[in-house]
Design a protein around this ligand. Structure first.
Ligand code: FES
Length: 257
């Protein structure tokens, strides 16, 4: 069973309006973490709020550090954004299943697609996947993290307002540049994932989606994350899956949007 750990904040900076990057000292979790997993963070008043699930953005095994990049969305994440170097932070993890690295074996051509706050988990994935990578990042307007992807592949940007890259969404960018690939790894808002699933089917691409935006408590306690799955068992029952326990990464065919 996972236990809560009181870890130390190594550093924190603001990346963009309401978006923060925090490095946390946690040797054990850094050793175990795989791309696409997340941690649960507790506020100082544990009794009041359920923990917040936050995806792992980077892992530094040598130094025993984990990096998270998150958006301030409520009082919990607001509290986290004020933490400074040396502060303690209560975390549990690494949680969830993560992306299957074997699906991006050398010789494959992969799309790594991130939308908004679904972008951070794609960074560690980009570092660890050894195949050819085309990285497609979608933003509303203000960019963050995009520069850090440069060492790992070709980057294509989309913004809703057209201020950078393709005007529109990540699929508009893929079409505009005529990108082709074998496998998709994606994380972002549900409408984006839904469109990517349809695109993958149409183009016969293997596709893995991280549904982390659907999570609330992250530890299987609130059932807010249940999604319909198209998997049918021997009793012809349609399974419901908890994104936080059975995911957050699913094969696109498994998810009924
Ligand atoms: Fe609460 Fe999954 S997020 S049960």
């Amino acid at each position: 069973a996972k236990v809560m750990e009181s870890a130390r904040v190594s550093s924190q900076i603001r990346l963009a309006d309401g978006v923060y990057s925090m490095w946390i000292e946690t040797k054990d979790m850094a050793e175990q973490a795989v791309p696409g997993q997340f941690i649960s963070m507790y506020t100082k008043d544990n009794s009041k709020l359920l923990p917040r699930p936050i995806s792992i953005c980077e892992v530094d095994r040598e130094k025993g550090l984990l990096r998270i990049v998150y958006r301030v969305l409520g009082s919990g994440t607001e509290e986290f954004s004020h933490y400074k170097e040396g502060d303690s932070v209560d975390i549990m993890g690494p949680l969830g299943n993560g992306f299957p690295l074997s699906a991006g074996a050398p010789g494959k051509k992969a799309f790594l697609i991130g939308g908004g706050i679904g972008i951070p988990p794609m960074l560690e994935l980009a570092k660890q996947l050894s195949c050819e990578k085309q990285i497609i990042l979608g933003y509303r307007d203000c960019l963050f993290l995009n520069e850090e992807f440069h060492p790992y592949g070709d980057i294509f940007l989309a913004t809703e307002d057209g201020s950078e890259g393709t005007k529109g969404n990540v699929l508009d960018a893929i079409r505009e540049h005529g990108l082709k690939g074998d496998v998709i790894f994606a994380c972002g808002p549900t409408p984006m994932l839904k469109a990517i699933k349809a695109y993958a089917l149409e183009n016969q691409m293997e596709c893995y989606l991280s549904l982390e935006e659907r999570m609330a408590c992250g530890i299987g306690a609130c059932l807010a994350c249940v999604c319909k799955s198209s998997g049918i068992d021997q009793h012809s029952m349609v399974h419901n899956k908890r994104v936080c326990k059975d995911g957050p990464v699913f094969r696109a065919e498994e998810v009924d949007f």
